[in-house]
Design a protein around this ligand. Structure first.
Ligand SMILES: Cc1ncc(COP(=O)(O)O)c(C=O)c1O
Length: 437
């Protein structure tokens, strides 16, 4: 059975929803063309189920392998751990070392709890905030995972479950009784945030948001959110799950100079090995003493070992400097080809570490598919947004640059001849869910 057949079997008969992470649905990239499964991965190289090799110039692990796939130092530490035994009836001492390490990196934090994934650590953080404050409501901004506390924001105003705030995040299965407990506001929207404080401040447990995503907050916005939250007795929890360590060692809140009450990390913390942490002040974490927060596999040892090795590596390399530099190099490559071909593409990234080009609205889906399809044929998993990692090097760029040149030329020709659709080898990608911000 080849990879496509295996995927169809999974999707059509065995695995409802087809995959375990929406972003890894082949239909979100190039239906019938994008490979679903991998056999091995290292650096930015992936060998798919059918044995074909690709360089990954897409969302590369959705931010979960900032050092590149199978980083040799992290892998060596994990191997030693597996050889010694990664699980027993006693706890891994490495979790204490990791807790100390995270508090040393974030001097404002005094206590830490761990899980193994992002959505899970957000649920724990919200549980702790609710337990500490004795309140129920949560103000949210951005994406924070799949759990009920968060998807409750998508429960409609009426009894129907279809009044979606975020198209694509269907709240089916989330108790309607949670309606009104997760209150969304948009990034940098002071008026919307202030309205939540005015109306729900008395029962607000915490405000949950990323310190930044693709843009920095307006000057003073994060400080305003924190001060207003504190004024009404709520906590501020900053979500560093995707942005953490990418732009600044320890997370962007350190770069922006805003100390929250709680902060969460996952994805890049274990560099491909499941690990997540919520750090906080002693006062904010107080609720964790009483609330029942407990799970068997939060006691395995690979996660903390991988995280310690990952943090050590981050201290040896200038990761934010590297991803910023390489991101700028990618933008230069795109710009050179775009200008030479007079292609109607725009360069739209604010942070080069998420290098992004934009496609013309009227044929966006078709041109995107043409780009993805033609890059696949040349051995690249490529999308208009690249999550740059330490493993993206100048040497890799030397292979990527001429491939992009060829594919952009083909796209320019298709636009000129008005035959983009005729060149497509499969259906266009389905659109993903829209973030609130
Ligand atoms: C900011 C943010 N928070 C939380 C999550 C959820 O993390 P996970 O997919 O590990 O559950 C994500 C995932 O994309 C994220 O970007």
């Amino acid at each position: 059975m080849n990879g496509q057949r295996l995927y169809e079997h999974a999707r059509d008969t065995r695995i409802p929803g087809a995959v375990q992470l929406r972003s890894k649905l082949p239909e979100g990239h190039a239906p019938e063309q994008w490979p679903a499964y991998f056999r091995s991965a290292q650096g930015i190289e992936i060998v798919d189920y059918d044995g074909r090799s690709f360089q990954d110039w897409s969302a590369h692990g959705i931010g979960a392998a900032l050092l590149g796939y199978r980083d040799p130092d992290v892998t060596a530490a994990v191997r030693r751990c597996v050889d010694d035994g990664s699980f027993s009836f006693l706890n891994p001492a490495e979790e204490v070392e990791l807790a100390d390490r995270l508090c040393a990196i974030h001097p404002w934090a005094e206590c830490v709890r761990f899980t193994r994934s992002g959505g899970e650590i957000m649920a724990v953080g919200v549980r702790i905030a609710r337990a500490t404050t004795g309140r129920s409501k949560v103000a949210i901004c951005g994406y924070h995972g799949w759990h009920d506390w968060y998807i409750a924001a998508n429960l409609g105003d009426s009894d129907a479950l279809s009044g979606l705030l975020m198209p694509g995040l269907d709240p089916k299965g989330v108790p309607r009784e949670l309606r009104g407990t997760a209150l969304p506001f948009a990034f940098d929207d002071r008026a919307a945030f202030d309205a939540i404080i005015a109306e729900h401040g008395d029962d607000l447990a915490c405000v949950v948001m990323e310190p930044c995503r693709y843009v920095d907050p307006a000057p003073g916005f994060l400080e305003h959110v924190r001060d207003e939250a504190h004024r009404v007795g709520a906590l501020l929890m900053l979500d560093e799950i995707t942005i953490g360590f990418r732009r600044h060692f320890g997370g962007s809140h350190l770069r922006l100079g805003v100390e929250p009450d709680l902060a969460t990390f996952a994805k890049s913390l274990g560099n491909g090995h499941p690990m997540a942490a919520v750090i906080g002040t002693r006062a904010a974490m107080d609720g964790a003493h009483e609330s029942f927060i407990s799970s068997t596999y939060w006691t395995e040892r690979v996660g903390p070992v991988a995280a310690l090795a990952t943090l050590k590596k981050h201290e040896q390399v200038d990761l934010p400097g590297h991803v910023d530099r390489m991101g700028r190099r990618i933008l230069e490559v795109w710009r050179r080809h775009i200008d030479a071909l007079a292609l109607p593409l725009t360069i739209s990234s604010n942070y080069p570490c998420f290098a992004t080009f934009g496609l013309p609205e009227h044929e966006r889906a078709e041109l995107m598919l043409l780009f993805v399809q033609e890059m696949l044929r040349r051995g690249f998993l490529a999308k208009p947004t690249v999550y740059v990692t330490l493993a993206h090097t100048e040497e890799n760029l030397e292979a990527y640059d001429p491939a992009v040149g060829e594919v952009f030329a083909l796209m320019a020709d298709a636009i000129r001849r008005d035959d983009v659709k005729a060149r497509l080898g499969g259906p266009v990608a389905m659109s993903g869910f829209k973030r609130l911000v």
